[in-house]
Design a protein around this ligand. Sequence first.
Ligand code: BES
Ligand code: MN
Length: 471
Amino acid sequence: KKARSGAECHTLPVDLKPQAWSDGAMNRLDQLATLLRFPSISAQKEHAQDVSDCADWLVDKLSGMGLEAAAHKTRLHPIVMARSPREEGKPTVLIYGHYDVQPVDPVELWESDPFEPEVRDGKIYARGATDNKGQLFAHILGVEELLRQNGGHLPVNVIFLLEGEEEVGSGSLSQFIKDHRDELACDVIVVSDTGMAAPDTPTFSYGLRGLAGAEIIVKGPSADLHSGVFGGAVANPIAALAEIITSFHDEDGRVAVRGFYDGVEPIATWERSMWATVPGMSNEELAKLTGVETVVTESGFTGAECIFARPTLEINGIGGGYQGEGSKTIIPSHAFAKISCRLVPGQQPEKIETLLEEHVKSHVPRGVTVEFKRGHGGNAYVCDPNSEFGLAAQQALEEAFGRKPVLVREGGSIPIIEEMKRVLGADALMLGMCLPDARIHSPNENFPVDLFSKGIDMSQILLRRLGQIKH
Ligand code: BES
Ligand code: MN
């Protein structure tokens, strides 16, 4: 099957439509399916037109609801901005989301076409189903429903800010928020792009980890060498890279880069006790969920604590030498590794990259040279979960899901959130619906249909509650 563009096919095939659903619910799911059909992969140049088509579709949808909407051209992918007519005395809520998606490979591991949404076992399968089209579209439909119920009025002033570059570092949005800070002025930001600790567990994230990345290239002989003709006299770049990699951690699972933990804020006592009971996040449950024999953490911390609030250094990829069939007796000319660090409040990505570079440069084995390439990053973010807005978010989650939410800090990163806090001065309420088995960034990404529908309810409840806050 070939991925189709969103314009061609507007409804799910009849055999995928559960009989029990009302026309209204079906219609919403069909609209989501249309949004999911755009292969809006921001990382791949050949999809630039698809990303742009997806932005145009969103603009049509938002204009059709009566909002003033436009796609703003950037150096890379468009930014969709839409707003309700401003009404005095109402707080302004900026709803952020991203309509770009991750690449689909390895595509052969998908059970259905990543861009031909399919409903199986109550879940809609497609790239972007959870991250982030399903979640952002729940907010769009929530606002549409409020407009319909209240004769075109909303309990708050709404600004939608939907970007097409989140998965590649939000380069354009970073400049855009500085250039449009007056238009984007708001009292609070709402985002559904973070995780739920476990199924049926409403989750309020009051923090995000930051990110710093780099690439290490180890260079040895000027070309691959015959390992018999030269082996024994020339250093092996893969072995040298392995030495560098093993120098990154000590036996206690701590990052052994000098200065790495400088400024790291300790986890508060109330957080540690609160996190000890988060459903799905015990060490045993984490091991089961991830398919490992046992969790391995920085000593002195639980798995949940390490994910929510401790910094890490990971090797994301490694390469070099012969990877093909059979054997090939060589000493490779070079080897590389891609690394990234998750950061917590108190750490700065630029400083961490400098420390990493110093560490690598002082751990170069004899007989090789090392090139260190810096990547892009972002700061960690944390806010008060019990601010007036935060409490409204907690209540909205409780009302929508019928259970008190758990309060966590998200281990993943959305670097633009901390930038928006700095530039626009507003905190972000993160009410994410990404389930642990949503398979985001992976084959068979999915989003449960009933969660989509809860998300639409939650959005309306939240905006009503935020509308009651005097500002
Ligand atoms: N939505 C994710 C962040 C996330 C991951 C939230 C898991 C909840 C659970 C976001 O789209 C993402 O993947 N961010 C990247 C960073 C970005 C700069 C590429 C990440 O966290 O790796
Ligand atoms: Mn995302």
